[in-house]
Design a protein around this ligand. Structure first.
Ligand code: HEC
Ligand code: HEC
Length: 461
């Protein structure tokens, strides 16, 4: 797809590389790199031998599959560079005109500003030290390129061309479904796989791309409209259904984008996504092919419906096949890894433990929450779907899905997703609003005390 190669001077490119290593005070060879984590080969070798804790040899293959799944979740692009780099030319906006791209380039400060995260474990101790002491120029796009070289930008990878500038860029699952613990600085720390990145402004990131004609073509609109829609999402949101039904706004004119959900605590849960599109394996194939634009195979005849899913039907999303197929062989390990990620426990002191204990009884009893959110998976063991009327809300989003229902959200690790609000579209700004909603929708007549206890219990999950 890529046309019009930019003339670039090899010497300029080399000089640029030297300049940026000097700026960051690091050497591209030694300082940056996959610091901290062992090589994939070494990791696989280690886990295929006897498991040190159980002494069981037979866990070897399972552990190797987990490790492989984690690597795919964090680092695999499924060949989606052809889209993000080749078609949208996003890398040109990241590097900026100085390195042969377009515009001012994306400085680390700007990258952090749109919610991108930096994996501290991919950086050397000296680099981290320089960051802590403010010796790294976070306003220089060259530093962003150096971070990409080190594979340190969570969920984004870029390839260098021979001329020193970026050749392409790709995205990974970790982009939306991971964050960091901010242990080095805001936005810089250890990876937290499965935590939704509610700071991430996906719309703003896509809008950096100089050429959105492919997206406009898919939606049969113009680029200006696409940019308006992207700007309407805001942080922590993405609209996976836009590319199926072309609906960008709800009837009340608010964005149709949903919040980025957690990708932890999913084991034992039947259907996934807010509207229960399928199991983890279905959705992973869906996202890798239709949203990330990886090159693989995806088959779902429900999308062959020109009335409900006009965009998908037009684009032939009901049956996508690429040769080579870079997604299907990864689905088993990717699913296995996701199911293995537990919901994180809330930090000590983040809730009132005594009130939470009382709240548990309210949850299971007077408030009837456990009729749907069955502990400890906090969704129905079985078919976990409800009509909009059953939970007392409108059906705009549920009607955008094949089953026309909402899926009971598993409630583990709620504390990781307070930013952006609750329910698929964040309509309830906090847990108090959620509880008030159920109290009136189900005429529960909860006392103030019961409500408070219930909220403390939710915070403890
Ligand atoms: C651009 C952001 C983005 C990327 C990249 C992304 N997802 Fe998602 N993911 C979402 C959004 C938004 C939803 C909710 C969609 C919905 O419910 O309609 C979602 C839903 C999910 C769910 C369902 C969670 C639940 O509550 O049941 C899983 C599992 C998941 N994604 C895994 C992945 C995997 C694996 C990848 C990589 C192949 C990936 N996602 C890539 C944004 C993203
Ligand atoms: C009839 C089944 C049902 C009952 C009863 C029920 N819920 Fe829910 N719950 C759901 C569904 C379905 C959703 C997803 C709604 C959405 O995303 O729009 C949900 C979502 C939630 C969420 C938002 C989670 C998130 O990450 O956005 C919270 C919190 C919650 N419920 C708490 C409760 C509490 C507390 C009670 C009891 C007062 C309760 N639920 C009773 C079905 C139920």
């Amino acid at each position: 797809m890529r046309t019009g190669t930019r003339p670039r001077n090899l010497i300029f490119g080399t000089m640029a590389v030297c300049a940026l290593t000097a700026i960051a005070g690091i050497s591209a060879r030694e300082g940056f790199g996959m610091g901290g984590s062992a090589s994939p080969q070494a990791a696989t070798a280690a886990v295929t031998s006897t498991d040190p804790q159980t002494g069981l040899k037979e866990w070897g293959p399972a552990l190797a599959m987990l490790e492989r799944g984690r690597r795919i979740f964090r680092f695999d692009t499924f060949g989606d560079e052809a889209f993000w780099g080749g078609t949208l030319r996003l890398h040109e906006a990241i590097e900026g005109a100085r390195f042969g791209g377009v515009g001012p380039g994306l400085s680390p400060a700007a990258a952090l500003g749109v919610g991108l995260k930096v994996d501290a474990e991919a950086l050397s101790a000296s680099t981290l030290d320089a960051i802590r002491r403010g010796r790294v120029n976070l306003n220089d796009p060259a530093v962003t390129i150096a971070l990409l070289d080190a594979n340190a930008v969570v969920g984004v990878s870029a390839k260098r061309g021979r001329d020193g500038g970026l050749q392409s860029v790709g995205i990974q699952c970790a982009l939306c479904h991971s964050t960091v613990d901010n242990s080095v600085a805001a936005g810089i720390g250890r990876r937290l796989d499965g935590w939704p990145n509610r700071d991430l402004n996906v719309g703003a990131i896509i809008a950096l791309a100089p050429d959105l004609s492919a997206v406009a073509g898919l939606l049969q609109t113009d680029q200006a409209t696409v940019r308006t829609v992207l700007a309407s999402w805001g942080p922590g949101r993405f609209d996976a259904q836009l590319f199926l039904d072309g609906k960008a706004f709800r009837p009340d004119k608010k964005t149709a984008a949903t919040l980025l959900p957690a990708a932890f605590g999913l084991a034992g849960v039947n259907l996934h996504t807010y509207t229960g599109w399928g199991g983890v394996a279905h959705w992973n194939a869906f996202v890798a092919n239709l949203e990330m634009h990886g090159q693989g195979t995806f088959i779902d005849s429900r999308l062959n419906d020109p009335v409900r899913f006009p965009v998908a039907a037009r684009a032939g999303f009901a049956e996508v096949r690429n040769d080579p197929d870079l997604t299907t062989s990864k689905l088993p390990a990717l699913q296995f890894y996701q199911l293995s990620i537990p919901a994180p426990k809330p930090p000590r002191g983040s809730f009132d433990a005594e009130a939470a204990r009382a709240g548990k009884a309210v949850f299971n009893g007077a408030a009837k929450c456990a009729t749907c959110h069955v502990p400890p998976i906090f969704t129905e063991p079985g078919w976990n779907m409800h009509t909009a009327a059953e939970i007392g809300i409108d059906d705009f989003q549920s009607m955008r899905s094949p089953d026309e229902r909402y899926r009971t959200t598993p409630l583990g690790g709620l504390f990781t997703r307070q930013k952006g609000g609750f329910y698929h579209d964040g309509r309830f700004p906090d847990l108090r609003a959620v509880v008030d909603h159920y109290n009136s929708a189900f005429s529960l007549n909860l006392t103030e005390r019961q409500k408070r206890e219930l909220i403390e219990y939710l915070k403890s999950l």
